[in-house]
Ligand binder design. Sequence first.
Ligand SMILES: Nc1nc2c(ncn2[C@@H]2O[C@H](COP(=O)(O)OP(=O)(O)OP(=O)(O)O)[C@@H](O)[C@H]2O)c(=O)[nH]1
Ligand SMILES: [Mg+2]
Length: 260
Amino acid sequence: MCITCGCEGNENEIKMTVFGEKSETKHNEHTHSHGHHHEHSHSHEINLETNILNQNNLLAERNRGYFEAKNIFSINMMSSPGSGKTTLLEKTINDLKNKVQLYVIEGDQQTMNDAERIANAGAPVIQVNTGNGCHLDADMINKAVKKLNVKNDSIVFIENVGNLVCPSLFDLGESKRLVIMSTTEGEDKPVKYPTIFENADICIINKIDLLPYLNYDIEIAKNYALRVNHHLEFIEVSATTGEGMEKWYEALLKMQKTQE
Ligand SMILES: Nc1nc2c(ncn2[C@@H]2O[C@H](COP(=O)(O)OP(=O)(O)OP(=O)(O)O)[C@@H](O)[C@H]2O)c(=O)[nH]1
Ligand SMILES: [Mg+2]
């Protein structure tokens, strides 16, 4: 898939594991071994890239139709590695699982670590291991949602692979896009990696409990983000202490409700 962002090498194995079930390794149908020499012309690469994104967009539209038909609210969570996506989900699941049916699709290159954390928090979860791939795509979401057997009127969280670049290129058919930045990353991420902020509907600033120890100015960070997307809404939280989480739940449930 990844001529688009150059993230796949020789191995092209994608693993999908519903937590608690035996894992399954899938060989991606549309790629092939690169053990032999290729002569690529530049225009050929551009066409291929366009085709890959077009094909992904078609599948994303199918996902969107599926979600709409079942009144499922899906949210694509994107950030750099370690900004707190899984911690935010653990806390959210603990606090909301008795109010609304929640599911999680976990994207990481390797390991079941995040799926294990989500399962312990109490939500059905599927782990997608992307191998050398650095993002989730619409086909993976299509398969994952079917395996999870997602119920009507639920919320599906999609934790994308930790990466501030490639995930933003791939429409998954999600209802909304959330970008998370954390106080330990510095204020300038939105202007260094603008695409992910341009395409986001909502921005969480996490790890505010660490503000007293950092030279991080939250207003500067917001202004940078507003430079690339002046519609962006911010919620400041600490996923570990729980500060600000009520605002996040309010926003989440409002987004879910307004899509009905
Ligand atoms: N102090 C503080 N630490 C946090 C907060 N949220 C997450 N962390 C810590 O940050 C580290 C990474 O958190 P994760 O939730 O695993 O981050 P992630 O975005 O899911 O990481 P990847 O899945 O690897 O991309 C862990 O040690 C968390 O405990 C927070 O609000 N405050
Ligand atoms: Mg994680």
